[in-house]
Design a protein around this ligand. Structure first.
Ligand code: PEP
Ligand code: MG
Length: 322
């Protein structure tokens, strides 16, 4: 099987009937680029920038960040690179920010909530991203967006920094897309409204599942409730994809679910445009996609949306495709 996968490294990601999707990789640092290229990913669907901020004593400078972002976009040679702004808090801490302990860190002061308040830190990152955007196909993505106001506020800050840079004579991409992660149920439900204002969605199922099922993604005791194939999750995913397409936008997924062999036929059938996963899952996913027919996948996905339980969905996919 490994040999068969290796042959697909430079092949396009198409299904049996010729429908194309983008298979991208998730990265944490520029060191992960080797895996991106070695596994034939077409782009980076999620660059988790928190690693730039972790394991050190102080915030990374604009220059340091600019270098890292530039390196990644240049290395992709025009391929898309979705860079997520700082998603700290929850399970990821930064000792030098000295934030107070919280009762429920996953429901607390984290990610965009923290960035909108710690405005200086956020602006530094945005400037580094804007400058790097001139060197390739960079897209900016905000994490943990729960309301339209948060998105508008983040976008307005981005626009301010963009104006400043341009008036200083610094080049910024004119085609820069700005999107959001959909990892909070309110945002999935409001996708039709968001779709009018964002350039793209990327569904973060790692968090979307935990918030929809109210089951901590780190807690073994409730892991039975952590159900990617639950029809509740599939219906939220469908709402997001449909809302984006209605406005001519695209939807990706960058949670673990995007590389899962049960989920792939369902997501393909629902019309997901971009699948971003661990680099090592890209070739197996491409191999699986090659054997899928879009119409069959659509029919199975339609059926899955109407089922009652996660197990029923799993059995349906197994019987049909695996
Ligand atoms: C997610 O929530 O699905 C996601 C990709 O983000 P993270 O795993 O970094 O929270
Ligand atoms: Mg997340």
């Amino acid at each position: 099987q490994k040999k068969e996968w290796a042959k697909l490294k430079n092949e396009p990601s198409v299904s049996k009937d010729g429908s194309h999707v983008e298979l991208a990789a998730n990265i944490g640092t520029p060191d992960d680029l080797e895996g991106v290229h070695g596994n034939g990913a077409e782009g980076v669907g999620l660059y988790r920038t928190e690693f730039l901020y972790m394991g050190r004593e102080s915030l990374p400078s604009e220059e340091e960040q600019f270098k890292a972002y530039k390196k990644v976009v240049e290395s992709l040679n025009g391929g898309p690179v979705v860079i997520r702004t700082l998603d700290i808090g929850g399970d990821k801490e930064l000792s030098y920010l000295d934030l107070p302990d919280e009762m429920n860190p996953f429901l607390g002061f984290r990610a965009i909530r923290l960035c909108l308040e710690m405005d200086d830190m956020f602006r530094t990152q945005l400037r580094a991203l804007l400058r790097a955007s001139a060197f390739g196909n960079l897209k900016i993505m905000f994490p943990m967006i729960a309301t339209l106001e948060e998105f508008r506020q983040a976008k307005a800050i981005l626009e301010e920094e963009k104006q400043k840079l341009q008036s200083e004579g610094t080049e910024v991409s004119t085609e820069l897309e700005v999107g959001i992660m959909v990892e909070i149920p309110s945002t999935a439900v409001m996708a039709p409204q968001f779709a009018k204002e964002v350039d793209f969605f990327s569904i973060g199922t790692n968090d979307l599942i935990q918030y929809t099922m109210a089951a901590d993604r780190m807690n073994e005791r409730v892991s039975y409730l952590y159900q990617p194939y639950n029809p509740a999750i599939l219906n939220l995913v469908k709402m997001v994809i449909d809302a984006s397409h209605k406005e001519g936008k695209w939807t990706g997924m960058c949670g673990e679910m995007a590389g899962d062999e049960i989920a792939i036929p369902l997501l393909f059938g629902l019309g997901l445009d971009e699948f971003s996963m661990s680099a090592t899952s890209v070739l197996p996913a491409r191999s699986q996609l090659l054997k899928l027919d879009k119409k069959d996948a659509q029919a199975v996905a339609e059926k899955a949306l109407t089922l009652n339980t996660s197990d029923e969905v799993k059995t349906l996919v197994e019987n049909k495709f695996l």
